[in-house]
Design a protein around this ligand. Sequence first.
Ligand SMILES: Cc1cc2nc3c(=O)[nH]c(=O)nc-3n(C[C@H](O)[C@H](O)[C@H](O)COP(=O)(O)OP(=O)(O)OC[C@H]3O[C@@H](n4cnc5c(N)ncnc54)[C@H](O)[C@@H]3O)c2cc1C
Length: 525
Amino acid sequence: MDTDVLIVGAGPTGLMLANQLGRRGVRTLIIDRHAGPSVQTRALGVQARTLEIYAKLGLVNRALELGKRGAGANIWADGRRTAHIPLGEAGRRLTPYPFILILGQDDNERIMGEKLREWGLEVHWSAELMHLQQHADRVMATVKSQEGALREVTAAWVAGCDGARSAVRELNRIPYPGAPYQHVFFVADTVATGTMVADEVNAYLWRDGFHLFFPMRGSDHWRVVGILPHLLRDRAEVTFDDVIPSIRSEAGTGLSFTACSWFSTYRISHRSAARFRDRRCFLLGDAAHIHSPVGAQGMNTGLQDAYNLAWKLALVTSGRADPTLLDSYEVERVPVARRLLNTTDRAFRLVVSDSPVAGVLRTKILAKIAAAAMRREPIQKFAFRTISQIGIHYRESPLSESLGRLPANAPRAGDRFPWLELKLGAGGAKEDFYDKLDDTRFNLVLFGQPAPAADALAFPDLLRVHAIPADRDNDVALTAAGIPMPSYYLLRPDGHVGLCGERYDAATLARYFAARLRLREAIAA
Ligand SMILES: Cc1cc2nc3c(=O)[nH]c(=O)nc-3n(C[C@H](O)[C@H](O)[C@H](O)COP(=O)(O)OP(=O)(O)OC[C@H]3O[C@@H](n4cnc5c(N)ncnc54)[C@H](O)[C@@H]3O)c2cc1C
């Protein structure tokens, strides 16, 4: 076997998977048909959940240094600001990162690519997957070099992170139903002044469409995204100067552009693969699902696909878990992608529809509803949880088991374990509990009960135990998060709750490890 995992594609998804496998010691080979890293920005919005994952990977400070924090979002209609979403306020106490980070896809790829070296990995550029042959115990991949030479690579598993035109998907004949949108998008890097609220995202809804202004590093530097006006849609060559009159006619003279350093147009589709797996091959990121850019979700979703699959592959390739554990990848990630596709598609149709009715709906009714809704804190929090992706859960997964009578508002199995600031030592200060979690292992968190004796613990090398001390400040934080006393939470390496209940007992944990996670030592015990 040349490698345990062959990753096809070194876009954001492939790079995240390579990093997660590398730091877990999995033999990994990552190839990309391009000659070097991409210089296209494309995605721009990095969500809080991705930043939490970056923190575990040791990348978050670099990302925060390079990016610009968007602490709020504004909706404008008919020249007036109709709604303000205070992301910082809405996300406070929910995550250490209550904002959207504006950081180009190229920068995200660069920092993840640099990190690979720490695990002794590097991308093999100019290496294109041409053919795949699946066998019961391995996959034979044919890879073409820049000079046209073909070589065979034998891998136990193949991860198709090869984008919307995925060769892994096509070679496995997995259908990719969906359709292209008829609209043509444009994206422009500009220096502009106008009504935009500085350092925040500004969404302008017009009768004929919309424009989004994303704050970038530098003064008055905005990335503008919108749809091309009808008249320009079929032109072969379009420049930003061609687009300015339509923006001005809607935005009025208050808006002025003094420079445009980059302009590009693109078409997009919405699709979801019929399956995210065929025997030993997996699909992740745009290879598995592609959405409208509304909501800045695409890249972030691919990164989470990788985070979901990596720990499972690590347990299977090390021989510690039965390969059936890998079935949960599809079970957990397909519903996330489908839900996202439906919501982004509905939102997108509303913001781009050309019909006069939709124009009125957009500028009058939608703007008013958004304004009224965003004044209410529970709705602000719901919107933040959804957009930031911290609300994604796997409650229906076979890996999720909630036991006993937990209160209705308590975190349940499948949820991302909430972010908490806790006092972990007597008389100590509050600390970020996420910093204490080891995401290369399972974490058993005990509230209102002592930690089990170290020698009574099965799989000590797979498990970190955290007994949270009784403390008045801790009580306040736990009550706010809905965590009852006594209770225990077993967190999977990706931070989602696997098992939870009232009183911890070793036998329940051993049964969970055997029956749900299919850990071989637990099955044999
Ligand atoms: C204009 C625009 C704006 C966007 N904005 C956002 C945003 O703000 N936030 C967000 O989250 N998402 C956004 N997205 C979506 C985001 O860009 C994609 O979801 C993201 O690039 C997907 O990453 P990926 O790694 O899955 O695929 P890709 O980035 O497409 O990478 C696939 C890689 O596979 C390689 N490859 C392909 N075939 C082969 C082969 N046969 N052999 C070897 N290598 C191969 C390619 O060279 C490429 O490097 C936007 C998209 C567009 C177009």
